[in-house]
Write a protein that binds this ligand. Structure first.
Ligand code: GDP
Ligand code: MG
Length: 370
């Protein structure tokens, strides 16, 4: 508290205003009820009552917790879809992600792909698509466990020569639970043993009925290795994306989710963020999970430095005081002081929680030994 009126101080100390005025007179300060008192005077009076003056920090954590951004319909603009790829091991997820990236990166940019930031963006027919290349399952489980939803569309990769496998079913369940639309990519069509009809048949049993069979699930036959069907797949992503009417307001302070983060020897805490709303700028005061700071530098998926990025864009940032976790939410604050206060308060809370957790563990250990 930098200043208070005499009346306010009296209230805080639970004393009569006249009593405070008398005390002030004793200190040589002639005051009226509405007079502003400075920090020094407040401390003198408080000391007289044996009261310690604490810096009053007004922290409205709900600003951070209620991260859900509410925008006026008129401020919303179309944003790119954020796509994750899921499927059984060895069915071709990584190969497909590479194929998409390679076909869509223009020659001039080809040499620019030096950076791995856990996500990348391509342009198909003038429209951008963001792909998360964290393993689909991890993206869903860690993100959802932390209440974050980043995926707009999921590509379910099923090898045409192998069919539906346990992780295929798991992936379907994740996507359904998150209410994320599924596009099926029937992969490895170049193989002799490829049997796309069998894949369709098997998926029917899990509620994914192909449009060809009167259902509403889009199936695309691809060969990630040969690059066949990739354009069709991207077209279908654009189509679903239009149906979903994905929008965000780019003209506000940024908010979004941590895709991945680690400690880098040279650069300190490095976090890949997915901006989900607003525009993130270098220099922005930011709270990220239990960490905070100012965005020092931003690097995009091509390894280029950028100054500001809009909705659905993945970007790697430095400048945080600690390493956040995947799935943490972030939010930019208009002023740095507030970001710091909220960041510190959250940091402290987290440490208290951890301390409690570890003392509980110790007790458990003790009981286990008895
Ligand atoms: P992931 O575990 O789902 O990420 O699968 P990978 O992308 O690592 O692929 C597993 C294996 O399948 C690798 O040996 C790939 O080369 C191979 N593979 C992936 N896509 C295709 C494809 O379209 N055709 C063929 N013939 N092999 C493929
Ligand atoms: Mg893989």
């Amino acid at each position: 508290t930098e200043s208070l009126q005499v009346g306010e101080l009296a209230k805080k100390l639970n004393k009569d205003t006249s009593e405070i005025i008398k005390k002030l007179m004793g200190l040589g300060i002639m005051a009226t009820i509405n007079q502003e008192l400075d920090k020094e005077a407040i401390e003198l009076i408080a000391a007289d009552y044996d009261v310690e003056v604490e810096e009053e920090i007004i922290i409205d954590e709900t600003e951070f917790e209620n991260y859900e951004v509410v925008d006026d319909e008129k401020d919303l603009q179309v944003r790119p879809p954020v796509v994750t790829i899921m499927g059984h091991v060895d069915h071709g997820k990584t190969t497909l992600l590479d194929a998409i990236r390679n076909t869509k990166v223009t020659a001039g940019e080809a040499g620019g792909i030096t950076q791995h930031i856990g996500a990348y963006q391509i342009t198909n027919n003038g429209k951008q698509i963001t792909f998360l290349d964290t393993p689909g399952h991890a993206a869903f489980t860690t993100m959802r466990a932390r209440g974050a939803q980043v995926t707009d569309i999921t590509i379910l990769v099923v090898a045409a020569d192998d069919g539906v496998m346990p992780q295929t079913v798991e992936a379907i369940n994740h996507a359904k639970a998150a209410e994320v639309p599924i596009i099926v990519a029937v992969n490895k069509m170049d193989k002799e043993a490829a049997n796309p009809d069998r894949v369709m048949q098997e998926l029917t049993e899990h509620g994914l009925v192909s449009e060809a069979w009167g259902g509403d699930t889009i199936f695309v036959n691809v060969s990630a290795i040969k690059g066949d069907g990739i354009d069709d797949l991207l077209e279908m992503i654009n189509l679903v994306s239009e149906v979903e009417e994905l929008k965000a307001n780019p003209n506000r302070t940024a908010a979004g989710t941590v895709i991945e983060a680690q400690l880098d020897k040279g650069r300190g805490s490095v976090a890949t963020l997915l901006v989900q709303s607003g525009t993130l700028n270098v220099g922005d005061p930011i709270v990220v999970g239990h960490t905070f700071g100012r965005v020092r530098a931003m690097v995009n998926d091509l390894g280029r430095r950028v100054k500001s990025v809009g909705p659905s864009t993945p970007v790697e940032i430095t400048g945080l005081n600690d390493v956040p976790q995947a799935g943490d939410q972030f939010m930019v604050f208009a002023d740095e002081k507030k970001a710091r206060q909220i960041g510190e308060s959250r940091f402290k809370k987290q440490q208290d929680a951890q301390r409690k957790e570890s003392s509980k563990l110790n007790l458990d250990d003790l009981f286990n030994q008895i």
